[in-house]
Design a protein around this ligand. Structure first.
Ligand SMILES: [Fe+2]
Length: 348
């Protein structure tokens, strides 16, 4: 699997893990203030990102799939690539590695788009091998969690959802409050499926990105046996959360300054009550002064491990500490302009 991470010794080894959902929080970092007043806990973590109309080549990928199934009576060697994956009471679907199924240039357009998205939006520098899967009558995924795979899972739909002839097929993700059920329990309020599970319809060319620590699955597909009418998706995981630089400064020019800011940051965060998840920020580094002029929160799946702290207190501590240390960092100047750093912080 290709990825774009070019290893630089010493780049924040502690920051290797996952990422979450984009928030709209921004903290402008300036002068002595360093945004301290502007940075609150920012509400709840976010575990789901939806990007519609994601891929320019989605139609071409779909057309290639359709062409391979156009003549059901025709025997071609490239028909024999599918794995009927059946784990009793857990997974039933038909899958193949996307890299083997699609022509190289078409597959690379998919992979490049996913890699760029991961780098710029999630702070992830790589992706797992991508699966192409179709779901016909009887296929489903029962609830499960993909904890070892990567900080974010993705599903890119090639399903002709508007004209589907089957029921089911939605991606379902357990809602976070279910995992903290008793904290918000209301004895007089009943709950049904929609109160417990978020269902994401796999619209054509929709990229669904979610925190795979949350139990998730695919609602059973009923009603078609034809692959051309199936729920059809590409799926995998974003991996390797790692600092990512774009703009004027090269990574090797900025890494010493970054590490100088991260060392005391990590020391301070290590004294906080435990939390788990990832938060990702983007820094704007001024070319003329080397100062950090803006800090934007891109994703946030940080969950406080239940304990004695006030809910939200640890998240607030973490965010303020990140802003204080990174906002106060000084990088080399550059006459080529500003630099942008996407910086994931992983807690586990
Ligand atoms: Fe999964």
């Amino acid at each position: 699997m290709r990825h774009r991470w070019r290893t630089q010794a010493g780049v924040a080894a502690e920051t290797a893990a996952s990422v979450a959902e984009p928030t709209t929080e921004e903290a402008t970092v300036s002068g002595d203030d360093q945004g301290e007043e502007d940075v609150g806990s920012g509400g709840d973590p976010e575990h789901l990102i939806i990007e519609d109309e994601f891929l320019d080549s989605a139609e071409e990928l779909r057309e290639h799939f359709d062409s391979r199934f156009a003549e059901p009576r025709q025997i071609r060697m490239d028909r024999f690539v599918w794995d009927y994956w059946h784990v009793p009471n857990q997974y039933t679907l038909i899958r193949t590695p996307a890299e083997d199924f699609f022509p190289r240039t078409l597959y690379e357009s998919l992979e490049d788009a996913l890699l760029s998205y991961g780098e710029n939006k999630l702070g992830c520098r790589s992706i797992s091998p991508v699966w192409l899967s179709y779901y016909v009558d009887g296929c489903s995924q029962e609830l499960h969690a993909d904890n070892p795979h990567g900080p974010w899972a993705f599903v890119l739909s090639l399903t002709d959802w508007e004209r589907r002839r089957f029921s089911g097929g939605e991606t379902m993700i357990l809602q976070p409050h279910v995992l903290d059920y008793w904290r918000g329990f209301e004895a007089r309020r009943g709950m049904e499926l929609e109160d417990l599970v978020t269902q994401v319809e796999p619209d054509f060319n929709r990229l669904t990105v979610f925190d795979p620590r949350l139990p998730h699955g695919v609602r059973p597909v009923r009603g078609t046996q034809d692959p051309r009418e199936a729920r059809l998706v590409l799926h995998g995981w974003f991996t390797e959360p790692t600092p990512f630089f774009t703009g004027a400064l090269e990574e090797h020019e900025a890494v010493a300054s970054l590490n100088a800011a991260l060392e005391p940051l990590f020391e301070e965060v290590a004294t906080f009550s435990p939390s788990t998840g990832t938060t990702t920020v983007r820094l704007t580094i001024s070319g003329s002064t080397g100062a950090v002029t803006d800090l934007e929160w891109l994703t946030d799946t940080l969950i406080e491990v239940p304990g004695g702290d006030e809910p939200g207190a640890v998240r607030d501590q973490v965010q303020r500490t990140i802003v204080r240390h990174l906002g106060g960092a000084t990088f080399p100047t550059s006459d080529k302009g500003d630099t942008y750093l996407t910086m994931p912080f992983v807690f586990d």
